[in-house]
Design a binder for this molecule. Structure first.
Ligand code: GUN
Ligand code: ZN
Length: 438
């Protein structure tokens, strides 16, 4: 069999552990080679080292791509995003419940159409790769064809993606709602066709408590119990109007989280988007089960949902992941997500360090999503998903980065000033799948 092998020479950054919230990263957490070599072979990382050390081991004639002056990190991971909402980004003037009714639901209706779903899947993946995101946990629409389209497009590119069909059996327009049995039947068919195929995984996707009956939530929990290799994604405590509605709809639950607990939806592979309006006791219950909250700062600011309390979550031992939540979010870029997270943190007196931010986008998200065996680090044996960042992408960024005294400062400048121009290349499954200039 033919081996496909090459080396990238660049500054390399990866994490082996959580750097903590200090100004300096915790000892042993950062892997950094100012002049490094990343040797990739057949879709995996074969070796990583100082370039000078690696050069001794390289076979004669191997291709070496010279990216000196650029910084390679693991590919970014987006723990919560709706591909079907790409085209309603930047829809004016509503908070969550009106935004869903006025913009989101009408848009998602379009994904009953196979051609539309195919086309938007390709557009969405192009945009993700343009901003350096190589893995995401994705909401499709309630139409199975929207999931087939997304998984097929991801598989053609060899991407590691989690996704699922929205389950929603009430409080949405006809044409978007399913029913308990139909929703389960479609979900089981999709799991059979896609879960564990190549780099794809299925995430059970009840939209949120208000749009599912108790029977639908229970049926979803039953599937999760029979196959603990499945993921689950939903929304939790994003908006105060939503909270009031949930307490009316589920009078038998003490709080919003208990609605999900009672149906068995809270586990180590469960991601709850937002979790802004929680108390410490609820955070503790989520932590106990190993679940994670997806912090979606640009969405929380855009929809006026509130300021996520990141430190309260971490004090409770609760995993926090970083997410764009497009179309509520205003930017697909992981760098833009970190910038918004920093801004939310400032308003809460808990500014996000660049160390914590870049760890979060890479190994932190990978761990919380149970994907860290394969992605999230630059290390031998890991899948070759990474991003080549250009600190001189724009004249302004070049000026700012030229003044940086430390790697931490450069990372912070990238997270505040970076965007799609900062992403010179995105590699996934060992192949360059996006190049800024070409
Ligand atoms: N809650 C229920 N559905 C949605 C959605 O599509 N986006 C966001 N941000 N919150 C939700
Ligand atoms: Zn969402």
């Amino acid at each position: 069999t033919k081996t496909d092998s090459r080396v990238l020479r660049a500054e390399l950054l990866s994490f082996d552990a959580d750097p903590g919230d200090g100004d300096s990263p915790a000892p042993g957490s950062v892997v950094h080679y100012p002049d490094g070599g990343l040797w990739i072979e057949n879709g995996r990382i074969r070796a990583i080292d100082d370039y000078a050390n690696l050069a001794d081991d390289l076979p004669a004639g191997i291709e070496v791509i010279d990216h000196r002056g650029k910084l390679i990190t693991p590919g970014f991971i987006d723990s919560h995003v709706h591909y079907v909402q790409l085209e309603i980004m930047a829809s004016y003037g509503r908070q969550l419940l009106d935004w869903l009714n006025d913009y989101t639901f009408p848009e998602e209706m379009k994904f009953a159409n196979r051609e539309h779903a195919n086309a938007l899947s390709e557009v969405f993946l192009d945009e993700m790769l343009r901003v350096g995101t190589t893995t995401a946990q994705v909401f499709c629409s309630s139409h199975p064809v929207s999931v087939d389209a997304f998984f097929a497009a991801s598989q053609r590119r060899g991407l590691c993606m989690l996704a699922g069909k929205v389950l929603m059996d009430r409080h949405a327009p006809e044409g978007l709602t399913d029913d308990v049995l139909g929703g389960i039947r479609d979900t089981e068919r999709l799991i059979g066709d896609w879960h564990g195929k190549g780099r794809l995984g299925y995430s059970l996707t009840p939209r949120f408590a208000p749009t599912s009956t108790r029977a639908q939530l229970d049926a979803t929990g039953a599937i999760l119990r029979t196959d603990p290799s499945l993921w689950l994604q939903t929304h939790l405590a994003e908006n105060t109007g939503e909270l009031d509605w949930v307490s009316e709809l589920f009078p038998g639950s003490r709080d919003y989280l208990e609605v999900y607990e009672q149906s068995g939806l809270v586990g180590p592979r469960s991601t709850f988007a937002h979790g802004i309006h929680l108390d410490q006791q609820m955070r503790g219950r989520l932590a106990e089960r190993g679940a994670n909250l997806a912090f979606c700062p640009s969405s929380n600011l855009f929809l006026g949902s509130g300021l996520f309390d990141r430190l309260a979550a971490s004090e409770a031992g609760l995993n926090v992941t970083y997410a764009s939540d497009v179309g509520g979010g205003t930017d697909l870029s992981g760098l833009a997500t970190l910038k918004a997270a920093y801004q939310v943190g400032q308003l809460r007196g808990q500014p996000l360090t660049a160390w914590q931010g870049f760890y979060g986008l890479t190994l932190g998200n990978a761990r919380a999503l149970s994907l860290s065996e394969r992605i999230g680090r630059l290390a031998p044996g890991m899948d070759a998903d990474f991003v080549v960042l250009d600190p001189t992408a724009t004249p302004l960024l070049a000026r700012r980065c030229a003044r940086s005294q430390t790697l931490g400062e450069t990372l912070f400048a990238l997270m505040m000033l970076g965007d799609d121009r900062t992403v010179a290349e995105t590699w996934a499954a060992g192949r360059c799948q996006h190049r800024r200039d070409g």
